[in-house]
Ligand binder design. Structure first.
Ligand code: PLP
Length: 396
């Protein structure tokens, strides 16, 4: 896309993809139409056959959705972007477009819970097996590769512990085995991390999180090259129909305009809060890749630019009761499993987002009963500290 080479990142976030109509509008219009009218029967035939460009039907051609796709592609540095109805629809469309029965996935075990369920309960039904490995253990990834491994899948930084996967090293392993590397870039967003430039083949988004950033709509996207994403993944969305609605695309493309500012503010506030938490007597351990105490801080500093994201976790006291007491003592933070919002959210992973794991799986994943996750919003950080101090004070 020429937009990439010509303009800086912040400019692309505001301008990429916009095509004004004859009305000369400053804001992007929302095309709430299911279908489009052709000038003649011959023109209809030419559009359907692909000889003439133009819109056909909003399951796969909608100008508002296209503006969002082009803007996000310009930010991730990809040739093609396909928008979907949700983040899960983006992952499903990627699997259906790129895999077939008999193929194998190697996935980080620290991924969004519903993604694990998609792999183990649904892809398995169609003959695609998955091996799960620890995100940060590059050797384990290499050892898990099979002759039929076609896809490697990860999220970095991981949720809730902020582990880092080495994208460049894992891309090399994938390519040496004839596989593709897909990175779910929800937590970093293209503001902080651009996986395609590090060798990844596919980037996946749940636009529901930071891209919207204000908790209003569900959506997703797949970004990559013109062949795999522009043809294979697009073909799934066109045919199976997990398409993004025009109104949601408009919400997300307006979200992209402020993403650059928001991600820097979320990251600065999260780092401030993480450093403050490390100094609190009631806190046992803080997990945030921006802290010098994080075991992969050096890799995180190389791989993330401009901040370490808005999600942090910390351990208090001995178990569930101590964690619940801190959570229930907050008056400002929202007790919800959602993240990536302007409003700070607080969660007990062991009984919510990771509640379906067995005790052994929780232990292996490092999800203790005394662990609390915070997705830091855009409130004043002093108010967030005061909100947590109330519950921590009772502990110490
Ligand atoms: C929320 C989320 C998803 C799924 O997105 P939906 O829009 O809820 O379908 C996928 N990956 C990550 C990392 C998420 O946080």
């Amino acid at each position: 896309m020429t937009f990439d080479d010509e303009w800086a990142f912040a400019t692309r976030a505001v301008r990429a993809g916009q095509q004004r109509t004859n009305e000369g509008e400053q804001g992007e219009p929302i095309f709430t139409t299911s279908s489009y009218v052709f000038g003649s029967a011959a023109e209809a035939a030419a559009r359907f056959s692909g000889e003439a460009p133009g819109n056909i039907y909003s399951r796969f051609t909608n100008p508002t959705v296209r503006t969002f796709e082009q803007r996000l592609a310009a930010l991730e540095g990809g040739e093609a972007c396909v928008a979907t109805a949700s983040g899960m629809a983006a992952i499903l469309a990627t699997c259906l477009g790129l895999l077939k029965a008999g193929d194998h996935i190697v996935s980080s075990r620290s991924i969004f819970g519903t993604t694990s369920v998609l792999f183990t309960n649904f892809m398995a039904k169609f003959g695609v097996g998955t091996t799960f490995v620890p995100l940060a253990d590059t050797t384990a990834w290499a050892a898990a590769m099979q002759p039929n491994t076609r896809l490697m899948f990860l999220e970095t930084p991981s949720n809730p512990l902020g582990e880092i996967g080495d994208i460049a090293a894992l891309a090399e392993i994938a390519h040496a085995h004839g596989a593709l590397l897909a990175v779910d870039n929800v937590y970093a967003t293209p503001v902080l991390q651009r996986p395609l430039a590090m060798g990844a083949d596919i980037v996946i988004h749940s636009a529901t999180k930071y891209i919207d950033g204000q908790g209003r709509a569900l959506g997703g996207a797949v970004i990559g090259d013109a062949e795999r994403v522009g043809k294979d993944v697009f073909g799934v969305v066109r045919t199976a129909g997990p398409s993004m609605a025009a109104f949601n695309a408009w919400v997300f493309l307006k979200g992209l305009e402020t993403l650059n500012l928001r991600m820097r503010a979320h990251s600065a506030a999260a780092l401030d809060l993480a450093q403050w938490l490390e100094a609190q007597p009631g806190v046992k351990r803080v997990y945030y890749p921006g802290l010098a105490s994080h075991p992969q801080h050096a890799l995180a500093t190389r791989q993330l630019q401009g901040g370490f994201g808005g999600v942090l976790s910390f351990e208090v006291g001995e178990g569930r009761e101590d964690a619940w007491e801190v959570i229930d003592s907050t008056r400002l933070m929202s007790i919800t499993a959602n993240l990536g919002d302007t409003k700070t959210t607080i969660t007990h992973p062991a009984t919510t987002t990771h509640g379906r794991l067995t005790a052994e799986q929780k232990l292996a994943a490092g999800i203790g009963e005394n662990l609390i996750r915070v997705s830091v919003g855009l409130e004043d950080v002093a108010d967030l500290k005061a909100d947590l101090a109330r519950g921590l004070g009772k502990d110490s």
